[in-house]
Write a protein that binds this ligand. Structure first.
Ligand code: APR
Length: 235
């Protein structure tokens, strides 16, 4: 059992496995998004430039799927810890917004969000719903693209800086449900490790980064979080 009071700064670092129990498919492995769709056709800048409508429709399918799912008790447990201990940050690779739907407020989205669109000239707009309100910018009429970090895109510098600050100063780092193969996010556990944080990996499977963790919980996210924080389980 972990008492958040014993820690000055806690980071939950989450990947697709965090949302798996909500029914959102992971990216890799059996049934993963990239086993069904070729990312070169749907999740890179070249695909968008070739056929923006096809890429936007693919993301609408993912929005529909995400809206059918609800945050699970593990998401809620993390938000409940944050309500009591403000020194908690979620750094997520997920674009599904589940942490926010569960009530987490301090969420750094490394890879963007399914719920935003971006015009290269007129900035980012929120767009929530199964389908996008419009595929084109109301100011210039140009194509809007999902505000998501695709393969080959650089992460937003400010987002990396903020995440690195929290991870570089945390004394408890809990990684949940990431395969640890996509950079730069895959480099974050080594920052926490080098800084002497207690590093815990929650993942039913070992990952290439497992050696960086002091403790491994080979269970699904929800079960593992209840084991670590039984005092935050909903009555
Ligand atoms: N609880 C915890 N972990 C789980 C669960 C679960 N219930 N189910 C699966 N996992 C683990 C898998 O063992 C795997 O290691 O979650 C991990 C999911 O890995 P990926 O599908 O590769 O997802 P992720 O690491 O988040 O991918 C990183 O890759 O395609 C890009 O931008 C996309 O953000 C994504 C990035």
């Amino acid at each position: 059992m972990i008492n958040p009071k014993d820690h000055k700064q806690i980071v939950f670092f989450t990947g697709a496995g965090m949302s798996a129990e909500s029914g959102v498919p992971t990216y890799r492995g059996k049934g993963g998004v990239w086993s069904r769709y070729n990312y070169e056709d749907y999740a890179c800048r070249a695909a968008f430039e070739r056929d923006p409508e096809k890429v936007l429709k693919f993301h609408e399918l993912r929005r529909k799927a995400a809206l059918k799912c609800k945050p699970h008790d593990g998401h809620t447990l993390i938000s409940r810890i944050e309500q009591v201990f403000p020194h908690v940050t979620v750094v997520t690779q997920n674009i599904d917004g589940m942490h926010q739907r569960a009530g987490s407020r301090k969420v750094i989205e490394l890879h963007g969000s399914l719920w935003r669109l971006r015009c290269p000239d007129h900035g980012i707009s929120e767009d929530i719903g199964e389908t996008y309100k419009s595929y084109s910018c109301e100011k210039c009429g140009g194509w809007l693209r999902p505000d998501i970090v695709w393969f080959g895109d650089a992460l937003d510098r400010e987002v990396i800086r903020e995440a690195t600050n929290y991870i570089g100063t945390c004394d408890l780092f809990i990684s949940i449900g990431t395969s640890g193969v996509v950079h730069p996010a895959a480099g974050f556990p080594s920052i926490a490790n080098a800084n002497g944080a207690l590093c815990i990996e929650i993942n039913p499977e070992a990952t290439p980064l497992s050696y960086l963790f002091n403790k491994h919980i080979r269970e699904p996210a929800g079960t593992a979080l209840f084991k670590l924080f039984p005092q935050f389980q909903q009555q």
